[in-house]
Design a protein around this ligand. Structure first.
Ligand code: SF4
Ligand code: SF4
Length: 367
């Protein structure tokens, strides 16, 4: 946990999976670049994925996300999917009784009854109903701390399925569908077809369509997500990983430009349905990397778009390649909650609070 950063030579809370400390990533990205590239290569090799988004001039183009891959014949995109042929998806699902630990449950109809009776079956939490949680087994990012990485080594849970088969999973107790993963981005056409099919079959009933995403999708497909979530009472949940581009790239292997642009686009539509927030942001507080220096500018960005957009700050759990960090401390969380509120965000929620380390790791671990 406490290691000497090879750039600043100071002992810092840092993960060997990243190789350098958060401050150096922010202040001296050039010096950090060789360490970051080594860390990124190691991650991609661990999961046997392409090291970079393929750009084969004669490859098959995919424009579903920020990477804009050109995939060689018999090759894979950065997300690990082959080109084309995505009518059937690598996906699995389960039924999650409501209210659940969904990232937006503190403001959404399933968790609070917001928008009752139009968007919720109950005036409070929707006990007795279920969320159909749809897990897409691919991702356009490569987070070193991924909380759902097992699909990458376990392989698919079931044979690829078409949208109709997924729509068949909606039963009378399902009041919302949450498309997540991995990330839904690389298979969004499938998710949107399944959502439209499910809504078409049940035109008169409540069935909210929600997405939980890193926000890296093509803006044209974002418009379709907004349309289906808006008219069904659903929520689009953006996980904003970091503000500083070099920190974002080190942690995720991807730029954050498209995500921020897409977030701003959904924020434009936010006032159109005030009773249920169309957009909710979350930030995972990664010890040593995502602290006030990242949270404050993200919160200023959110508040500048609309201070009513809810924000959930999530406690980190050591996982995947970054299993050498502690959980987020209460002290870390409190600093970030204050910073987000000072920046002007009106609703700041503490998520995963059961994971919060009771002490202050800066003092206990770093001396
Ligand atoms: S979804 Fe993104 S990462 Fe996957 S192949 Fe398409 S452009 Fe590449
Ligand atoms: S899927 Fe949507 S409505 Fe259901 S619990 Fe999550 S955010 Fe709430």
């Amino acid at each position: 946990m406490k290691e000497r950063c090879p750039v600043c030579q100071e002992k810092k809370l840092l993960s060997k999976a990243v190789g350098v400390c958060g401050r150096c990533l922010r202040e001296d990205p050039e010096a950090c670049a060789p360490f970051v590239e080594r860390a990124r290569r190691r991650s991609r090799q661990t999961f046997r994925l392409p090291e970079k988004p393929p750009q084969d001039p004669s490859g098959i183009p995919c424009n579903l996300c920020v990477h804009g891959c050109r995939i060689p014949k018999d090759g894979l995109g950065f997300c690990g999917l082959p080109p084309g042929g995505r009518e059937k998806a690598k996906v699995s699902w389960y039924y999650d009784p409501l209210p659940t630990n969904c990232v937006a449950d503190f403001v959404c109809p399933g968790g609070t009854g917001a928008g009752f009776p139009r968007w919720s079956f109950k005036p409070g939490p929707e006990y007795g109903y279920q969320n159909l949680a749809v897990f897409y087994e691919a991702c356009s990012f490569d987070c070193l701390y991924c909380q759902n990485w097992h699909y990458r080594v376990d392989g698919p849970k079931r044979a690829p399925v078409g949208p109709e088969e997924l729509a068949n999973a909606v039963n009378p107790r399902v009041s919302c569908i949450c498309f997540f993963g991995g990330d839904p981005t690389p298979q969004l056409p499938h998710a949107l077809s399944a959502a439209e099919e499910a809504l078409h079959r049940s035109p008169q009933r409540i069935l909210r369509i929600c997405f939980e995403t890193n926000g890296s999708m093509n803006p044209a497909i974002l418009e379709r997500m907004m349309d289906v979530s808006m008219r069904s009472g659903g929520v689009i949940k953006f996980d904003l990983k970091a503000w500083t581009p070099s920190v974002h790239y080190a942690l995720t292997g991807a730029p954050n430009s498209q995500t921020l642009q897409n977030f701003a686009r959904v924020a434009e539509a936010f006032p159109e349905r005030p009773e249920v927030p169309l957009l909710v942001a979350s930030i995972l507080l990664v010890p040593g990397y995502v602290d006030v220096e990242e949270v404050r500018p993200i919160a200023e960005f959110i508040a500048g778009l609309n201070p009513n957009i809810p924000l959930s700050l999530l406690a980190f759990y050591p996982n995947c390649l970054m299993d050498d960090l502690p959980c987020t401390s209460w002290a870390h969380m409190e600093r970030c909650v204050s910073a987000a509120k000072e920046a002007g965000v009106k609703t700041v929620h503490v998520g995963n609070r059961h994971l919060l380390w009771p002490g202050n790791y800066e003092e206990e671990l770093c001396g």
